[in-house]
Design a protein around this ligand. Structure first.
Ligand code: PMP
Length: 484
């Protein structure tokens, strides 16, 4: 980091320290008994000198323990995409609270939720989990059992929760277990193949041996920065996957930002299985996964053929009564076209506003919108795969921007520069964000040392990416993005 930005970062840290004495006191107290002083070690990733403590979260706003009201564009990294404590879910929880939380038995809500999911996503058979991580893990088990095949294909730079199988990256063109994993003892490359997103030739090569149980993917990558599918990518990829007898699993946990049926319905994709976690219970822990009739039949046949005993699939609280009530309320009253329409329009205004602020400061950065989600990346053109997206990372600059926004009353996701709009987000929240960002970026634009690397890192064309027609980089992507 340049000297100018380092001194700005020091000033922002000092501001944070002065503004948040109660958070600081609670952090010191928590440090006595919580590992890293936080309930989850990731909470140290915010780039704040100590953890911000929340007093209340309602709608699009958080109030911290020092009494600052923040416009929240992080929204629990999608868990609160329908707003904090949304009224329909709060009502359902209150109703269910007097009638039991968990019984290891079905309720009427379960049948209703199954019907809603089938109608929504076009897949007839569903199961439940407590997190998107578990849903992905369980789907992999089912599909390996159903297909009798062992291999998994994922896209380089993907994230599907803490599912061990997916943590294989391309390093210098070769698969390697993600170096940051802790306590992982298995050779994950033995059963996982990894290919660059948007690379049909690499996908075909990975499928060619005929031993792939499934391809697990986000329809648009969101966890290495946003990477949209190139025009025609999914049409061709689906055909290849089908031709090689593998199943396509779409993880819609983040791309549900595109609409009530996720990216899948917005773009007419036809996965064999679908996973949705985080916001499906309006912020209450739960997740769902569904199968096509064919794969459901094969999965059930595998279970019936197995010896009695543990399947390795499911947990005690999966499908509990409270989660079912929350999901029913979310599906009926929040995951609807009527709720999404104004969110999508506001996210469009947010993305346009981000572009305008970035342009005003002459920064070589791009903005990508995926429904109610938007992101700015430190490169001139949208990346086409995980490697291109990763090159644009700049942790120090991101932390500085996030901290400076926080000091100005705006919270965004700690990982890259992702923002979400919820039903309660107002134009005032959007203006607050854009005003704060304008102020923050004024520094960056006065620091040529900071700008030079982002320009250098831009990869405009890469002939090694095959099978995809090259796009005019100034054109918005056609398949994906700009849905709002
Ligand atoms: N799938 C995707 C696409 C995700 O982005 C995430 C989390 N960011 C997960 C799965 C895992 O969700 P959870 O941590 O709630 O299990």
């Amino acid at each position: 980091m340049s000297t100018a930005l380092a001194s700005l970062a020091a000033a922002e840290r000092a501001t944070f320290l002065a503004r948040n004495p109660r958070s600081r006191a609670l952090s010191e107290r928590a440090a006595q008994h919580l590992l890293f002083g936080v309930p989850l070690h990731w909470m140290t990733d915010w780039g704040t000198p100590f953890a911000l403590h929340v007093a209340q979260a309602r709608g699009a706003r958080l109030t911290d323990v020092d009494g600052h009201e923040l416009s929240d564009f992080c929204l629990g990294d999608t868990g609160a995409m329908f707003g904090h404590a949304p009224a329909p879910v709060a009502r359902a929880l209150v109703r269910q609270a007097g009638e039991g939380y968990t019984a290891m038995l079905a309720s009427e809500d379960a049948a209703v939720v199954g019907e809603r999911l089938a109608e929504r996503f076009g897949l007839p058979h569903w199961q439940f989990a407590m997190s998107a991580t578990d849903a992905n893990r369980f789907v992999l088990r089912w599909l390996r059992a159903a297909s009798g095949r062992t291999k998994l294909v994922v896209f380089d730079g993907c994230y599907h929760g803490t599912v061990d199988d997916v943590f294989v990256d391309l390093v210098d063109g070769r698969p390697a277990v993600r170096a940051s994993l802790l306590g992982q003892v298995h050779d994950l490359t033995a059963h996982t193949r990894v290919v660059p997103f948007n690379d049909l030739a690499a996908l075909e090569a990975a499928l060619a041996p005929g031993d792939v149980a499934c391809v697990l993917a986000e329809p648009a990558m969101t966890n290495i920065g946003m990477v949209l599918p190139a025009p025609g990518f999914w049409a061709a990829a689906q055909a290849l996957i089908r031709q090689h007898g593998a199943a396509l699993v779409l993880d819609e946990t983040h791309t549900i930002s595109c609409g009530p049926g996720g990216y899948t319905r917005a773009h007419g994709l036809q996965p064999d299985a679908l996973v949705l976690g985080k916001p499906v219970g309006g912020g209450v822990p739960c997740a769902v996964y569904g199968f096509s009739a064919e794969w459901a039949e094969r999965a059930m046949r595998a279970k019936r053929a197995a010896p009695p005993g543990h399947s390795g699939i499911g947990t005690t609280l999966s499908g509990n009564l409270l989660a079912m009530a929350a999901m029913r309320a979310t599906l009926d009253e929040l995951m609807t076209e009527a709720v999404y329409a104004p969110m999508l329009a506001r996210a469009g205004r947010l993305a346009d506003g981000l572009r305008a602020v970035i342009a005003r400061h002459g920064l070589p950065w791009c903005v990508t919108q995926l429904g109610v989600r938007a992101e700015f990346q430190f490169r001139t053109t949208p990346p086409r795969n995980g490697a291109e997206a990763a090159v644009a990372f700049d942790d120090a600059l991101e932390h500085l921007i996030h901290l400076a926004l926080l000091n100005r009353g705006v919270l965004i996701t700690p990982f890259h520069n992702m923002l979400l709009v919820c039903p309660a987000t107002t134009d005032e929240d959007v203006q607050r964000l854009l005003g704060a960002l304008d102020e923050v970026l004024a520094w960056c634009s006065t620091d040529p040392a900071r700008l030079a690397p982002s320009l250098d890192r831009t990869v405009v064309s890469d002939p090694s990416i095959s099978g995809i027609p090259s796009r005019n980089v100034n054109e918005p992507p056609k398949e994906g993005g700009q849905i709002g």
